[in-house]
Design a protein around this ligand. Sequence first.
Ligand SMILES: [Zn+2]
Ligand SMILES: [Zn+2]
Length: 156
Amino acid sequence: MPDAAELERLLRAAGLRVTRPRLAVLDAVHAHPHVDTETLIGAARARMGAVSHQAVYDVLRALTDSGLVRRIQPQGSVARYEARVGDNHHHLVCRSCGAIVDVDCATGTTPCLTPSDDGGFVIDEAEVVYWGRCPSCAAGPSPAPPDRTAAERGTP
Ligand SMILES: [Zn+2]
Ligand SMILES: [Zn+2]
């Protein structure tokens, strides 16, 4: 966990002016990996008192635009923010409880940025999400079996 001086240094290095809302939000993202916006607003308020939703949204935009914070949004989830940036790590997502866990790139630092055919795209990010059930959900009762009727019927 970076201290206040380190957070200020990160902001300045990213070319951002140091403000209390930016410090509070950046600190909260470091403290709560994969935090959603509502939790983040609560955490920012706990650190600095009253701060508007809009102010937090504005800060998040500045932090993500500058690369200090990464925004992810697994399918079916609200946007989540994390301070672990620049390593192209991937995520394990639990289908049952929505838990999100970091996982290092499977093959090294960035080889997954090299697709078999890039189609002429200039690629800067590869997003891999491993879906399944987290240990505590997997240890619990099985979820209701999916409704397979439609699949079994197939297309006419
Ligand atoms: Zn779970
Ligand atoms: Zn992550």
